[in-house]
Design a protein around this ligand. Structure first.
Ligand SMILES: Cc1ncc(C[n+]2csc(CCO)c2C)c(N)n1
Length: 240
């Protein structure tokens, strides 16, 4: 049987005819990217913020900083979703992203408003806080991903933002904290609909990675890695 040269790591369809998203070590593109960034990924997943939110003990001033900065992240995120809708290779994918965009611009938005109310965040601080460095870098990374006009590159950044959040929030059997500010930020990221979306998103990244050439995969991998590093830096900065 003809084999590919060993050093050529490929996520392309196998010769059997059935499309497989796995590479030769049995890993999908998204698995390989996560593994390549394990140190930053795990540091974010087990961050002090995550421990404290499950314990319901994030201090109010830390939560205030987190939510005001995170609110500044959403606009660029929705713009990146828009580019994913534009560059997706299938109508079905566009529909799925469009439905997700509609959902996050309604439900999640009320969480931020209620959270700001509960934490006494002034109007100016909601609309135009001083942008912290990791927030600015995240905004720039999302803009860079969108400007590639490449589906795999858009997916790389979107997948990190969603999957890493599912990964930290998904603690089966964990008791939810009583304060909605903590509890709802967890349940926004560990509910079944969100889980299904992340699984679908990873599948899209696997498929786009398999369809891309080495250069395209390298570009997506670079964006993925920088997004994971920024997720960690974003959690870190709210405690500084
Ligand atoms: C720094 C940062 N990274 C990722 C997320 C997670 N996230 C951002 S938009 C979105 C979709 C709807 O919830 C999700 C999951 C966040 N909030 N903040």
């Amino acid at each position: 049987m003809a084999r590919r040269p060993k050093r050529m790591r490929s996520y392309s369809p196998r010769t059997s005819g059935r499309r497989s998203m796995a590479n030769h070590s049995g890993q999908t593109f998204s698995d390989a990217l996560k593994q390549a960034n394990a140190e930053n990924w795990n540091a974010a997943r087990q961050h002090r913020f995550v421990e404290e939110i499950f314990a319901g003990s994030v201090p109010a001033d830390i939560m205030r900083r987190y939510l005001t900065q995170d609110y500044q992240f959403i606009d660029g995120f929705v713009a990146l979703l828009g580019m994913a809708i534009a560059t997706a290779d299938r109508y079905e994918s566009r529909i799925r992203f469009a439905q997700f965009a509609a959902m996050i611009t309604s439900d999640e938005n009320t969480y931020f408003q209620r959270g700001f109310d509960a934490l006494g965040v002034a109007e100016a601080e909601r609309r135009q806080p001083a942008i912290a460095a990791p927030t600015a870098r995240f905004q720039a990374l999302m803009r860079e991903a969108a400007q590639t006009r490449d589906y795999a590159c858009c997916l790389a950044v979107l997948t990190v933002a969603e999957w890493l959040y599912l990964d930290w929030a998904d603690r089966p059997g964990a008791v939810l904290p009583t304060d909605f500010i903590h509890a709802e930020w967890i349940t926004l990221h560990n509910n079944d609909g969100f889980r299904a979306f992340v699984i679908w998103l990873r599948g899209e990244l696997d498929r786009a990675g398999a369809d891309a050439d080495e250069t395209g995969r390298a570009a997506a991998a670079s964006l993925f890695g920088r997004a994971v590093a920024l997720e960690r830096a974003f959690f870190d900065h709210i405690y500084l």
